[in-house]
Design a protein around this ligand. Structure first.
Ligand code: SF4
Length: 522
């Protein structure tokens, strides 16, 4: 326990209302401090090695694109998620987060190599652009499994999604920009930020065509329409997975839509879909999904291992951004899975590290507070054993059967982020939650109450009624996904504190974490 009742010193002392970074590094004992600091150094050395050769573009890029600057604070993001952790838990988190940042740094490098805004008339950059497909944040690039000679970059993930999780204030400028153009301030800040990046002309120009999807919510529909106008001269394809995904009759349509997307990429890029490459990549996808299911199975026991954002964010980036084709991520998955089994054996044999309370996280999370579940664990002993963000498609792709494999791939798109749950209707959003509570043996749900998302908000009362019937504690934590000005991190903690104090009559494990100011911090 990081709190010392004798001295009254706890983890809250690292936060400072006047500074963005932690006041000082946490002493975790010699071995863990050395490990922690070594990982910190390794991350910055890795960034220097990969991005150093593109120093002129990086400098130009930071002057041109506001979203690029937060990447410099990536180590602070890891620190936020590893504060208070020791031993194997610390190692799981570092490995999981490094694989996410490893992927992001490589993608930033690819942007620097080919961006038309940063590379002037470079023929080399132009050739790279002509071989690259651009993607939207909410569209996994899994379709690229069959195009081994092409590159792809998720331009919104790199300029909106990732920076918003690294620095809580990274989206504010873009939200203000689009609101000055007349957008109502109650629109979800996620599509609003993406539109803000467009109207400030802050998207990198890195590809020949653009693949997006149909997110069936008001904000995202509007974002797609705006991007279509913004990306003048770039052809666009919209993958439109069915919304009611449980009905078998819609699957035929989903496969037809995917086939059209394949044709679009073939025509635009002048290449052919390669089944041999697809089978190879699908095997990698299956291995990654298997690792995630193993993590779930262990977390369903009394001795969960890889918890909170370390589980959820890694899966989100692996599936959405890297399309399960990142060899480094697979290596990390296999390594962490092995460590996790060892950790489970140790804990279950000795009967140690059982969480005081178990919970799962449901509904759209706050990008600006991805370490909220870590805080809940440290402050109240409520450990998050699974998160809706990690519950993307996990069923295998059938190898060798072309029609079935395309059906399986379509299912991946149907179960991508913010789709099957958030936008998938009552059965997928509400009924699925109770199944997960049973599977993970939890009676607490951190319900992220995204104040601008009508989809989840519309079912608020039904959630309450059903939870009451089942004796499940729904702790509603309001937030505004990418705009910390609407609901601050402090206010999110306050909502949770109130429930723990008034309903559970609990005492915090670390009272210094109950209330502190971190509005300015990254
Ligand atoms: S959080 Fe809700 S409103 Fe925002 S993009 Fe996702 S589904 Fe749409």
């Amino acid at each position: 326990m990081a709190y010392d009742p004798k001295t009254g010193k706890g983890l809250g002392r690292f936060y400072d209302a006047d500074h963005r970074a932690f006041k000082f590094r946490e002493w975790k004992g010699l071995k863990d401090t050395l490990y922690d600091y070594g990982r910190w150094m390794y991350l910055y050395c890795f960034m220097a090695a990969k991005l150093g050769p593109y120093a002129p573009q990086m400098v130009k890029g930071m002057l041109r694109y506001r979203w690029l600057v937060p990447y410099l604070t990536a180590a602070n993001m890891v620190d936020r998620h590893t504060i208070g952790q020791r031993g194997k838990e610390l190692q799981y988190s570092h490995k999981q987060f490094f694989s996410v940042l490893h992927h992001s740094v490589i993608k930033v490098k690819e942007i620097m190599q080919r961006d038309a805004n940063l590379n002037g008339n470079s023929k080399k950059a132009e050739a790279l652009r002509n071989n690259t497909v651009m993607f939207d944040e909410m569209t996994p690039s899994l379709i690229m499994m069959g195009f081994p000679t092409l590159d792809w970059i998720d331009i919104a993930m790199m300029s909106v999604g990732m920076p918003s999780e690294v620095d809580q204030n990274s989206c504010v400028y873009y939200i203000d920009a689009i609101e000055h153009f007349g957008l109502a301030p109650d629109v979800c800040p996620e599509p609003a930020t993406e539109c803000g990046v467009a109207v400030t002309d802050d998207y990198p120009r890195v590809g020949k065509c653009y693949v997006t999807s149909s997110m069936p919510c008001d904000g995202a529909v509007q974002q797609t329409a705006l991007m279509t106008r913004y990306l003048k001269g770039v052809d666009i394809f919209q993958i439109t997975p069915p919304q009611r995904i449980n009905e078998p009759e819609v699957q035929e349509y989903a496969v037809k839509n995917l086939k059209k997307a394949i044709k679009f990429i073939e025509d635009e890029m002048g290449v052919k879909w390669d089944w041999d490459a697809f089978w190879k990549n699908a095997e990698m996808y299956n291995q990654m999904a298997e690792c995630m299911i193993e993590k779930w199975d262990v977390n369903a026991t009394d001795y969960p291992q890889v918890c909170g954002a370390a589980l959820a964010l890694q899966r989100e980036f692996e599936f959405m951004g890297a399309a399960c084709m990142d060899k480094y991520m697979l290596k990390t998955d296999l390594e962490v899975t092995k460590m996790m089994h060892k950790g489970y054996e140790h804990d279950s044999k000795l009967g140690v590290n059982k969480p005081k309370y178990r919970c799962i996280v449901w509904a759209c999370p706050a990008h600006y507070y991805t370490n909220f579940a870590n805080w809940a664990d440290l402050c109240w002993g409520v450990r998050c054993v699974n998160d809706m963000e990690a519950m993307l498609s996990y069923l295998p792709i059938t190898i060798g059967d072309k029609e079935q494999a395309l059906k399986d791939l379509a299912r991946c798109y149907e179960r991508m982020m913010m789709r099957s749950h958030t936008n998938g209707g009552y059965v997928n959003l509400l009924d699925e939650l109770w199944k997960m509570c049973d599977r993970f043996n939890v009676n607490i749900v951190i319900m992220y109450d995204h104040v601008s998302c009508r989809n989840v908000g519309g079912l608020h009362g039904l959630f309450e009624d059903e939870a009451r019937k089942r004796g499940i504690h729904l702790i509603w934590v309001p937030h505004d996904v990418m705009d910390p000005r609407t609901v601050s991190r402090r206010e999110m903690r306050d909502a949770f504190n109130k429930y723990m104090i008034n309903v559970f009559r609990e005492e915090p494990l670390d009272p210094t974490l109950l209330d502190y100011e971190d509005n300015l911090s990254w």
